[in-house]
Ligand binder design. Structure first.
Ligand SMILES: [Zn+2]
Length: 379
């Protein structure tokens, strides 16, 4: 076994805490190379990109004629989905139904932001509340399993609910805030495994859960990538990849126009995710998702590498309030702080320790990349 010395990419801030990272002779990593060779050439926010988007918008409008709304869009209250709401209504003239899935962990800012935007833009909001007892049971099962990707229950519930709703109501278009601008570098698979792997969710729940999942929304990858997409014709559209999207400018616009409230970090609209990405993942596993987020911003010209390195010197969580966070999370999950701390100290596991559909995902990813549907394969 060769011991790898710590190395940071000379162009972004990804490093050897991503164990699969590869550097070239100049010390530039494969995330950067992938961006340069695959993402950037196909990413057009100029007139051509806009034209391509307008063509899709026309189809969405035609499809929605005479209906209460033309499409649905997922809204978490975070910057990407908030800006998407603004673009969809104000720039594209669409009538989306704003779809929010309440997994029980909304921060006060998230609630404010959803309300302010929906009211300010005159849109309709639909909120689906996930059965809390089942959510709690599944989240605890993930804690007990020892895997790093304990955010999967939330993540899965969000998109499965949306797909299910679209399918039930005959909706053909789902808009999402997924984008290259803030997410062109992806979390390595060993950091955050696929939230769509139902086989893994079921296995972890079967081993560590305590009550059956009856109401919890599940959507198998094959069902939503193939059955719903190709047989039922449900399309996922990512408008933010076709318009200029500069994070700081978007934040400023939403703050000034709608009284939007900022978060210290991406994904912190959920109190669970704040604890998870800010503390649990870096302190238990050494995986700091800020490296992925900052690297995306560096590659898209929105952050200086030196600033990112400087920010990474201090932890993402507040040392003054971390004890309160432990108490909040434990109390909400119905366990003691000691039990939660026990999971923190327990041996680390990976997605490989449980049943999974990893091979399906890898083959599917390669096919999508070959067909030009997806630019970057999660690895
Ligand atoms: Zn790099």
């Amino acid at each position: 076994m060769t011991i790898r010395t710590h190395q940071v990419c000379t162009n972004c801030v990804m490093d050897t805490t991503d164990s699969q990272i590869k550097f070239d002779a100049a010390g530039v990593c494969d995330h950067c190379r992938n961006f340069r060779e695959h993402t950037k050439p196909s990413w057009d926010t100029g007139p051509n990109g806009r034209e391509a988007l307008e063509r899709v918008v026309e189809k969405i409008k035609a499809e929605g004629r005479g209906k209460d709304f033309e499409c649905i869009m997922g809204m978490s209250g975070g910057i990407d989905s908030s800006y998407l709401t603004y673009i969809a209504k104000e720039e594209l003239g669409l009538r989306p139904l704003v779809f929010h899935v309440d997994g029980g962990w909304n921060s006060q800012q998230a609630v404010n932001n959803i309300e302010k935007l929906v009211d300010g833009l005159g849109l309709d909001l639909y909120t689906e509340v996930i059965d809390w007892e089942e959510m709690r049971d599944l989240q605890l099962a993930f804690f007990r399993s020892g895997v790093p990707h304990i955010d999967v229950p939330q993540d899965h519930a969000f998109f499965a609910t949306m797909y299910n709703f679209a399918n039930t109501h005959g909706i053909k278009y789902i808009l999402t805030g997924a984008n290259y601008s803030t997410e062109c570098v992806k979390n390595p698979m060993e950091w955050i495994y696929f939230g769509t792997d139902v086989r893994q969710i079921r296995d972890i729940h079967a081993r560590f859960g305590q009550r059956p999942l009856v109401k919890f929304p599940l959507s198998n990858i094959l069902r939503h990538k193939i059955y719903l997409r190709y047989l039922k014709g449900i399309r996922v559209v990512m408008p933010l990849n076709h318009v200029p999207y500069v994070k700081e400018e978007a934040v400023q616009l939403l703050v000034e126009k709608y009284g939007w409230q900022t978060y210290p970090q991406k994904h912190f609209e959920s109190r669970f995710t704040r604890f998870y990405e800010g503390f649990w993942l870096p302190m238990k596993f050494g995986f700091d998702t800020r490296k992925v987020q900052y690297s995306s911003l560096i590659l898209t010209g929105q952050m200086q590498r030196s600033e990112a390195l400087e920010r990474l010197r201090t932890p993402a969580f507040d040392e003054q309030t971390i004890d309160q966070d432990f108490e909040y999370i434990a109390t909400k999950l119905g366990i003691t702080v000691d039990e939660l701390r026990g999971y923190f100290k327990a041996p680390n596991k990976s997605f490989r320790d449980y049943k999974s559909q990893q091979h399906t995902f890898q083959i599917g990813g390669k096919v999508m990349k070959l067909l030009g549907i997806e630019k970057a394969v999660k690895r």
